[in-house]
Design a protein around this ligand. Structure first.
Ligand code: NDP
Ligand code: OXD
Length: 308
């Protein structure tokens, strides 16, 4: 039984050290070293190798090294192979930090003050308490719920949207396309934490922005292909939206000269809102291997029919 890791080699070296300490019985290989392919039972990858079934005929579990799995073409993976994503405490904590930072930055008008500083302009704007600010989260999964838990402690008015109906203390929950407009109409800061699927691709478009109150703002930490770039630029230009924090784009990286780079109303980061942390990720992977061996349910098992 062996494990192959195929992602960032620097973090791979950390995985290797942790495996050696916590699971010395499982030989650990970092791609392109795959050891004896017949012995590989477990594979963790950001992008899977081509022809996975032929390369690893005895594979039992396939782990995404990220929380999202949209980078995989699920149709080319063997249909019976369980795909498990990272819903590990490290990636959750990172997203809570980033989303809270971004919401606070928009709540306290940071993009405006950055512009004013560049212009050497001293101008104070009214400060509103968090209790007067309505923050809505698209996606009430592992990350969306953790972000809402943190925002609740700061006193914001909260809402959230999911595919199926959820109930969360202190959060007005909306479900399905038919309820989306109602939530957007009562939103000052919108946070996108959806997975990228056929249903959610391009969801952040001009139609959606038109449902938001004038001057609302956006935190986009889902996937680049959720967002129509031109629609965001138009909304910022017209004042429909006042500002945006954007962590994910399509393509990544953005090409030189793309209007987001220097846009005065956009705070842009290079897909770093959160990252899988080797310590906690390896714990979760090993727990899942034990669950798999015991025939118990897996944490973060992807439902291929939903695409997330
Ligand atoms: P989960 O799978 O736990 O949750 C997904 C949520 O989105 C669920 O609430 C689900 O609804 C909802 N959803 C899915 N499809 C739809 C739809 N068509 N309409 C309405 N709601 C929908 O995912 P996570 O919270 O763990 O992660 C979310 C995403 O965050 C990842 O897929 C990834 O794209 C992104 N991410 C970004 C990172 C970054 O650094 N920028 C880092 C990590 C993740 P339901 O509850 O009904 O199933
Ligand atoms: C992830 C990411 O999905 O880093 O984990 O985006």
């Amino acid at each position: 039984m062996a494990f192959v890791y195929k992602a960032d080699p620097v973090r791979g070296a950390e995985w290797a050290r942790l495996f050696a300490a916590k699971a010395p019985d499982i030989p650990f290989h970092i791609w392109p070293d795959i050891g004896e392919p017949d012995r590989v039972r477990y594979l963790a990858a950001w992008v899977p190798p081509q022809d996975i079934e032929r390369q690893f005929p005895n594979l039992e579990l396939f782990f995404s090294t990220g929380a999202g799995i949209d980078q995989f073409d699920l149709t080319v993976l063997p249909p019976e192979l369980p795909v498990v994503r990272m819903a590990e405490p490290g990636v959750v904590a990172g997203m809570v930090e980033y989303a809270t930072m971004a919401v606070l930055a928009l709540h306290r008008d940071l993009p405006t003050y950055i512009r004013q500083q560049r212009e050497a302009r001293w101008a104070a704007h009214r400060v509103y308490p968090a209790s007067k600010r309505r923050v809505s989260v698209l996606g009430l999964g592992v990350l969306g719920c953790a972000v809402l838990d943190q925002l609740r402690t700061l006193g914001f008015q909260l809402a959230g949207w999911s595919r199926t109906r959820r109930q969360i203390d202190g959060v007005a929950c909306y479900a399905g396309r038919e309820e989306l407009a109602a939530m957007l109409a009562g939103t000052d800061i919108l946070v996108c934490l959806l997975p990228l699927t056929q249903e959610t691709r391009g969801i952040l478009d001009s139609k959606l922005f038109q449902h938001l109150p004038r001057g609302a703002s956006l935190v986009h930490v889902g996937r680049g292909a959720h967002l129509d770039h031109q629609a965001l630029l138009d909304a910022l230009e017209s004042g429909g939206l006042s500002s945006a924090v954007v962590d994910v784009t399509d393509p990544e990286p953005l090409p030189a000269g793309h209007p987001f780079w220097a846009h005065p109303k956009i705070l842009l980061t290079p897909h770093i809102a959160s990252m899988t942390q080797p310590e906690t990720a390896v714990e979760q992977v090993l727990d899942n291997i034990r669950c798999h061996q015991a025939g118990a349910p897996l944490m973060g098992l992807v439902d291929r029919s939903r695409g997330y």
